[in-house]
Design a protein around this ligand. Structure first.
Ligand code: F6P
Length: 372
């Protein structure tokens, strides 16, 4: 009987339990495999904290948000142990061997795929599944978690409309998505935001203010501005590009560290950019402006039907791949089916919105300001 390990890693999202259930149910019932779950991402693998995922453990979890296994952003090769950062790759390999695993399933986003590739190179058989509300995993049509978050953010924008309209205000709504604009653009279109600002299109504050003033002149006293947490003004985009080039061109290790520090400092300061934009729009338009940060609400709660189906579809396809003895791949959503994409191709890449994406074109054609 094949022994398979499974863990969830990175930020949680709705659909993780559906994916665990999909892999394990199909794996046990159809392919005769046994599953061990590791708690809290790669940390549970390193410390060998596990649970036998028998049929009873999988009952009733399909509709639950979060993950029954817990999750963390820990990396095996740079893990904080007792206040010190250590390379724990060997401990992860030992746990794998102790459990006589034939393969390990890692369910996660961008960071997880980089960690998974390292473990593959350390000799483990790894298969991954793409999850994240950000929809930024390269190589898959879509990630599970995204559809649920899209629904949550759209509903939030719907609700903000009535209060913005009643008070004649600008409401700026900050949406998650890391450095990608999928969630903001999708929910912005669905919720009818007047301005949508995404990382892929650096914006000009004056153009945003003018779009709002134009609405005021047309008798519309309120505006909704949906902005991605990773969005950048043109000036900020230029600065970040300069810092990234400096890091790339750094000759010595010391120069590289210094350039990395400057980049991190920029990102740390950038977290308050939506507050600044709200303030600037207030002064530039003369309207009252308020900021709503949706935060982790976007990741919580029960998965949508589409995410339950996607996670089950990818999970069961994963079980089949495991039974064939294949590894080193991510199970991607491809059209109505799935595809096994080599981890070496996925790790380190991001799926950003292309400028000619139909969503961008459609948003422009209904008169939405994208800040450019
Ligand atoms: O990757 C998912 C995500 O929700 C991003 O949209 C966001 O930038 C990040 O995680 C937040 O991470 P944390 O939960 O660690 O604050």
């Amino acid at each position: 009987m094949k022994q398979i390990g499974i863990l969830t890693s990175g930020g949680d999202c709705p659909g993780l339990n559906a994916a665990i259930r999909g892999v394990c149910r199909a794996g046990q019932d159809i392919h005769g495999m046994h599953f061990v779950g590791f708690y809290d991402g790669f940390r549970g693998l390193v410390h060998d904290r596990s649970i036998n995922l028998e049929s009873r453990a999988l009952s009733g979890i399909l509709t639950d948000g979060g993950t029954i296994l817990g999750t963390s952003r820990d990396k095996p090769h740079r893990m904080e142990i007792g206040g010190k950062v250590r390379d724990m790759t060997d401990a992860a390999v030992e746990t794998y061997q102790r459990h006589h695993l034939d393969a390990l399933v890692c369910i996660g986003g961008g960071g997880t795929h980089k960690n998974a590739l390292r473990l593959l190179k350390a000799g483990l058989n790894i298969v991954t599944l793409p999850k994240t509300i950000d929809n930024d995993v390269w190589g898959t049509d879509v990630t599970f978690g995204f559809d649920t978050a899209l629904g949550i953010v759209t509903e939030a924008i719907d609700r903000l409309h009535s209060t913005a309209m009643s008070h004649g205000r600008i409401i700026v709504v900050e949406v998650m998505g890391h450095r990608a604009g999928w969630l903001t653009l999708g929910a912005g279109i669905a919720g009818g935001a007047d301005v949508i600002l995404i990382p892929e299109i650096p914006y000009d504050e004056e153009l945003v203010a003018e779009a709002i003033r134009r609405r005021t002149r047309a008798g519309k006293q309120f505006s909704i501005v949906a902005i991605a947490e990773g969005a950048l003004s043109k000036k900020q985009a230029q600065k970040i590009e300069k810092l990234a080039i400096a890091k790339e061109k750094a000759d010595t290790k010391a120069e590289k560290i210094e350039a990395s520090k400057k980049l991190s400092k920029f990102h740390a300061k950038h977290v308050r950019h939506t507050m600044d934009l709200t303030d600037h729009l207030k002064h530039m338009t003369g309207l009252e402006a308020k900021l709503t940060v949706l935060g982790h609400l976007q990741r919580g709660g029960t998965p949508s039907a589409a995410d339950r189906i996607l996670a089950t579809r990818l999970g069961t396809a994963c079980a089949k791949i495991l039974s064939n003895g294949e590894s080193g791949v991510m199970i991607a959503a491809r059209g109505r089916g799935t595809a096994a994409v080599p981890l070496s191709e996925v790790a380190g890449k991001k799926n950003f919105l292309p400028h000619n994406h139909p969503w961008i074109l459609a948003a422009r054609e209904v008169g939405t300001c994208l800040g450019d």
